[in-house]
Design a protein around this ligand. Sequence first.
Ligand SMILES: [Cu+2]
Length: 276
Amino acid sequence: MLGTLGAALACVAAMPGLAAAEVPRNWQIGMQAAATPVRERIDALHNELLVIITLIALFVLGLLLFVMFRFNARRHPVASQTTHNPVLELVWTAAPVLILLAIAIPSFRLMYFMDRTPKPDLTLKVTGHQWYWSYQYPDQGNFSFDSNMLPDAQAAAQQRPRMLATDNPVVVPVGAVVHVLVTSTDVIHSWFLPAFGVQEYAVIGRTNDAWMQVNRTGTFHGECNQICGNNHPFMPIEIEAVSKEDFAKWVDMAKKKFAHNDRETPAVRMADRAAR
Ligand SMILES: [Cu+2]
Protein backbone atom coordinates (compact mmCIF):
# COMPACT_ATOMS: atom_id res chain seq x y z
CA MET A 1 0.00 0.00 0.00
CA LEU A 2 1.08 3.58 -0.62
CA GLY A 3 1.00 4.44 3.08
CA THR A 4 3.36 1.60 3.93
CA LEU A 5 5.67 2.55 1.08
CA GLY A 6 5.67 6.15 2.29
CA ALA A 7 6.43 4.99 5.83
CA ALA A 8 9.33 2.91 4.52
CA LEU A 9 10.69 5.85 2.53
CA ALA A 10 10.33 8.17 5.52
CA CYS A 11 12.13 5.62 7.72
CA VAL A 12 15.02 5.54 5.26
CA ALA A 13 15.07 9.33 5.26
CA ALA A 14 15.14 9.37 9.07
CA MET A 15 18.07 6.95 9.34
CA PRO A 16 21.23 8.18 11.06
CA GLY A 17 23.65 9.78 8.65
CA LEU A 18 20.83 11.46 6.76
CA ALA A 19 19.02 14.50 8.12
CA ALA A 20 17.66 13.83 11.61
CA ALA A 21 14.59 16.02 11.29
CA GLU A 22 11.50 14.16 10.10
CA VAL A 23 10.17 16.52 7.49
CA PRO A 24 8.30 15.99 4.21
CA ARG A 25 10.62 15.40 1.26
CA ASN A 26 10.45 15.96 -2.48
CA TRP A 27 8.84 13.00 -4.26
CA GLN A 28 7.82 11.41 -0.97
CA ILE A 29 4.92 9.00 -1.41
CA GLY A 30 2.33 8.53 1.33
CA MET A 31 2.26 10.22 4.69
CA GLN A 32 4.93 11.02 7.26
CA ALA A 33 5.95 7.98 9.32
CA ALA A 34 3.75 7.41 12.37
CA ALA A 35 5.33 8.28 15.72
CA THR A 36 2.43 7.69 18.15
CA PRO A 37 -0.16 4.93 18.73
CA VAL A 38 -2.89 7.29 17.50
CA ARG A 39 -1.11 7.88 14.18
CA GLU A 40 -0.42 4.14 13.81
CA ARG A 41 -4.17 3.48 14.07
CA ILE A 42 -4.94 6.34 11.69
CA ASP A 43 -2.56 4.70 9.19
CA ALA A 44 -4.24 1.32 9.71
CA LEU A 45 -7.70 2.79 9.01
CA HIS A 46 -6.31 4.66 6.01
CA ASN A 47 -4.92 1.40 4.60
CA GLU A 48 -8.21 -0.41 5.21
CA LEU A 49 -10.11 2.33 3.38
CA LEU A 50 -7.59 2.21 0.55
CA VAL A 51 -8.38 -1.51 0.04
CA ILE A 52 -12.16 -0.90 0.14
CA ILE A 53 -12.05 2.06 -2.24
CA THR A 54 -9.75 0.19 -4.66
CA LEU A 55 -12.11 -2.82 -4.77
CA ILE A 56 -15.13 -0.55 -5.35
CA ALA A 57 -13.36 1.38 -8.12
CA LEU A 58 -12.28 -1.87 -9.83
CA PHE A 59 -15.81 -3.32 -9.53
CA VAL A 60 -17.43 -0.22 -11.07
CA LEU A 61 -14.78 -0.13 -13.80
CA GLY A 62 -15.52 -3.82 -14.54
CA LEU A 63 -19.26 -3.15 -14.77
CA LEU A 64 -18.71 -0.21 -17.12
CA LEU A 65 -16.39 -2.20 -19.40
CA PHE A 66 -18.85 -5.13 -19.43
CA VAL A 67 -21.76 -2.85 -20.42
CA MET A 68 -19.67 -1.10 -23.08
CA PHE A 69 -18.67 -4.40 -24.72
CA ARG A 70 -21.79 -6.49 -24.17
CA PHE A 71 -24.51 -3.89 -24.76
CA ASN A 72 -23.13 -1.56 -27.40
CA ALA A 73 -25.32 -0.78 -30.45
CA ARG A 74 -23.46 -3.22 -32.71
CA ARG A 75 -23.69 -6.30 -30.47
CA HIS A 76 -27.08 -5.49 -28.96
CA PRO A 77 -29.17 -3.57 -31.52
CA VAL A 78 -32.56 -4.17 -29.82
CA ALA A 79 -32.71 -2.69 -26.29
CA SER A 80 -34.08 -4.89 -23.49
CA GLN A 81 -37.43 -3.84 -21.96
CA THR A 82 -36.51 -5.12 -18.45
CA THR A 83 -37.40 -2.57 -15.74
CA HIS A 84 -37.32 -4.33 -12.35
CA ASN A 85 -35.22 -6.92 -10.64
CA PRO A 86 -36.09 -7.15 -6.90
CA VAL A 87 -33.06 -9.30 -6.00
CA LEU A 88 -30.63 -6.97 -7.74
CA GLU A 89 -32.27 -3.89 -6.19
CA LEU A 90 -32.03 -5.44 -2.73
CA VAL A 91 -28.37 -6.21 -3.27
CA TRP A 92 -27.41 -2.77 -4.50
CA THR A 93 -29.18 -1.18 -1.52
CA ALA A 94 -27.84 -3.56 1.14
CA ALA A 95 -24.25 -3.80 -0.12
CA PRO A 96 -23.42 -0.08 0.34
CA VAL A 97 -25.02 -0.15 3.81
CA LEU A 98 -22.76 -3.06 4.79
CA ILE A 99 -19.73 -1.29 3.32
CA LEU A 100 -20.55 1.87 5.29
CA LEU A 101 -20.91 -0.21 8.47
CA ALA A 102 -17.54 -1.83 7.80
CA ILE A 103 -16.07 1.69 7.59
CA ALA A 104 -18.02 3.22 10.48
CA ILE A 105 -17.16 0.64 13.14
CA PRO A 106 -13.33 0.98 13.01
CA SER A 107 -13.74 4.69 12.41
CA PHE A 108 -15.75 5.25 15.62
CA ARG A 109 -13.37 2.98 17.53
CA LEU A 110 -10.47 5.18 16.41
CA MET A 111 -12.34 8.39 17.30
CA TYR A 112 -12.88 7.20 20.88
CA PHE A 113 -9.27 6.03 21.13
CA MET A 114 -8.05 9.48 20.05
CA ASP A 115 -10.51 11.30 22.28
CA ARG A 116 -9.80 9.62 25.62
CA THR A 117 -6.44 10.50 27.13
CA PRO A 118 -4.93 7.58 29.06
CA LYS A 119 -3.53 8.45 32.51
CA PRO A 120 -1.07 11.25 31.60
CA ASP A 121 2.56 11.39 32.77
CA LEU A 122 2.93 15.01 31.75
CA THR A 123 0.81 18.02 30.83
CA LEU A 124 1.77 20.44 28.08
CA LYS A 125 -0.21 23.63 27.67
CA VAL A 126 -0.11 25.13 24.19
CA THR A 127 -1.26 28.69 23.51
CA GLY A 128 -1.64 30.06 20.00
CA HIS A 129 -0.85 33.70 19.27
CA GLN A 130 -0.66 35.83 16.15
CA TRP A 131 1.86 34.49 15.08
CA TYR A 132 3.77 32.13 17.32
CA TRP A 133 3.13 29.44 19.89
CA SER A 134 3.85 29.54 23.59
CA TYR A 135 4.23 26.49 25.80
CA GLN A 136 3.80 25.89 29.49
CA TYR A 137 4.76 22.84 31.59
CA PRO A 138 2.38 23.13 34.58
CA ASP A 139 3.52 19.96 36.36
CA GLN A 140 7.28 20.40 35.71
CA GLY A 141 7.80 23.65 37.60
CA ASN A 142 5.28 25.65 35.56
CA PHE A 143 7.85 27.38 33.37
CA SER A 144 6.70 28.74 30.05
CA PHE A 145 8.29 30.07 26.88
CA ASP A 146 7.54 31.34 23.40
CA SER A 147 8.48 29.41 20.29
CA ASN A 148 9.18 31.53 17.23
CA MET A 149 10.13 30.48 13.71
CA LEU A 150 13.85 30.74 12.93
CA PRO A 151 14.56 33.31 10.20
CA ASP A 152 15.67 31.73 6.89
CA ALA A 153 19.34 32.74 7.23
CA GLN A 154 19.59 31.33 10.74
CA ALA A 155 17.88 28.05 9.77
CA ALA A 156 20.22 27.68 6.77
CA ALA A 157 23.29 28.39 8.92
CA GLN A 158 22.21 25.72 11.41
CA GLN A 159 21.20 23.28 8.62
CA ARG A 160 17.70 23.08 10.01
CA PRO A 161 14.53 22.92 7.90
CA ARG A 162 13.37 26.24 6.52
CA MET A 163 10.09 27.58 7.96
CA LEU A 164 9.80 24.58 10.30
CA ALA A 165 12.64 25.12 12.80
CA THR A 166 12.01 27.25 15.89
CA ASP A 167 14.15 29.10 18.44
CA ASN A 168 12.68 27.14 21.38
CA PRO A 169 11.45 23.66 20.42
CA VAL A 170 9.00 21.80 22.63
CA VAL A 171 10.71 18.88 24.39
CA VAL A 172 8.85 15.72 25.44
CA PRO A 173 10.08 12.41 26.85
CA VAL A 174 9.74 9.31 24.66
CA GLY A 175 7.13 6.83 25.88
CA ALA A 176 5.38 9.27 28.22
CA VAL A 177 1.69 10.00 27.77
CA VAL A 178 1.53 13.75 27.22
CA HIS A 179 -1.80 15.45 27.82
CA VAL A 180 -1.88 18.46 25.52
CA LEU A 181 -4.12 21.40 26.44
CA VAL A 182 -4.64 23.81 23.57
CA THR A 183 -5.97 27.36 23.73
CA SER A 184 -5.47 30.76 22.09
CA THR A 185 -5.24 34.42 23.05
CA ASP A 186 -6.40 36.10 19.84
CA VAL A 187 -7.89 34.23 16.88
CA ILE A 188 -8.46 30.54 16.16
CA HIS A 189 -5.25 28.64 15.45
CA SER A 190 -4.73 24.91 15.11
CA TRP A 191 -1.92 22.83 16.58
CA PHE A 192 -1.18 20.21 13.96
CA LEU A 193 1.47 17.48 14.24
CA PRO A 194 1.11 15.09 11.28
CA ALA A 195 3.49 12.42 12.63
CA PHE A 196 1.55 12.30 15.92
CA GLY A 197 -1.99 12.29 14.49
CA VAL A 198 -2.74 15.39 16.58
CA GLN A 199 -4.73 18.32 15.27
CA GLU A 200 -6.46 20.46 17.84
CA TYR A 201 -8.11 23.86 17.39
CA ALA A 202 -6.78 26.63 19.60
CA VAL A 203 -9.87 28.65 20.50
CA ILE A 204 -9.95 31.80 22.64
CA GLY A 205 -11.52 31.22 26.08
CA ARG A 206 -11.71 27.49 25.60
CA THR A 207 -9.34 24.63 26.30
CA ASN A 208 -9.29 21.70 23.90
CA ASP A 209 -7.23 18.64 24.64
CA ALA A 210 -5.39 15.88 22.84
CA TRP A 211 -2.77 13.32 23.81
CA MET A 212 0.39 11.89 22.36
CA GLN A 213 2.84 9.17 23.29
CA VAL A 214 5.88 9.51 21.08
CA ASN A 215 7.48 6.14 20.34
CA ARG A 216 10.97 7.19 19.23
CA THR A 217 13.49 9.98 19.65
CA GLY A 218 13.72 12.57 16.92
CA THR A 219 12.69 16.03 15.84
CA PHE A 220 9.13 16.33 14.58
CA HIS A 221 7.52 19.24 12.83
CA GLY A 222 4.05 20.62 12.46
CA GLU A 223 2.34 23.86 11.59
CA CYS A 224 -0.67 25.96 12.45
CA ASN A 225 -3.26 24.69 10.00
CA GLN A 226 -6.07 27.12 10.63
CA ILE A 227 -5.75 30.27 8.49
CA CYS A 228 -5.16 32.80 11.28
CA GLY A 229 -3.98 35.97 9.57
CA ASN A 230 -1.02 37.57 7.89
CA ASN A 231 1.79 35.43 9.26
CA HIS A 232 -0.14 32.16 9.44
CA PRO A 233 2.56 30.24 7.48
CA PHE A 234 5.25 31.42 9.88
CA MET A 235 4.26 29.77 13.17
CA PRO A 236 5.72 26.26 12.93
CA ILE A 237 5.76 23.67 15.70
CA GLU A 238 8.99 21.85 16.49
CA ILE A 239 9.04 18.97 18.95
CA GLU A 240 12.09 17.12 20.18
CA ALA A 241 11.36 13.69 21.60
CA VAL A 242 14.20 12.70 23.94
CA SER A 243 14.93 9.99 26.51
CA LYS A 244 13.50 10.40 30.05
CA GLU A 245 16.98 11.27 31.41
CA ASP A 246 17.57 13.92 28.74
CA PHE A 247 14.11 15.31 29.43
CA ALA A 248 14.87 15.66 33.15
CA LYS A 249 18.10 17.48 32.25
CA TRP A 250 16.25 19.75 29.85
CA VAL A 251 13.61 20.57 32.51
CA ASP A 252 16.36 21.62 34.94
CA MET A 253 17.91 23.81 32.27
CA ALA A 254 14.55 25.21 31.10
CA LYS A 255 13.48 26.17 34.63
CA LYS A 256 16.53 28.45 34.83
CA LYS A 257 16.48 29.64 31.24
CA PHE A 258 12.80 30.58 31.28
CA ALA A 259 12.64 31.66 34.95
CA HIS A 260 12.06 35.27 33.92
CA ASN A 261 8.85 34.23 32.16
CA ASP A 262 7.29 32.76 35.30
CA ARG A 263 5.71 35.91 36.64
CA GLU A 264 4.28 36.86 33.29
CA THR A 265 1.25 35.46 31.58
CA PRO A 266 1.33 34.92 27.82
CA ALA A 267 -1.04 37.91 27.49
CA VAL A 268 1.45 40.16 29.32
CA ARG A 269 4.29 38.91 27.12
CA MET A 270 2.20 39.54 24.03
CA ALA A 271 1.56 43.16 25.10
CA ASP A 272 5.28 43.37 25.75
CA ARG A 273 6.11 42.21 22.23
CA ALA A 274 3.60 44.64 20.74
CA ALA A 275 5.25 47.51 22.63
CA ARG A 276 8.71 46.57 21.36
CU1 LIG B 1 -2.26 30.21 13.57
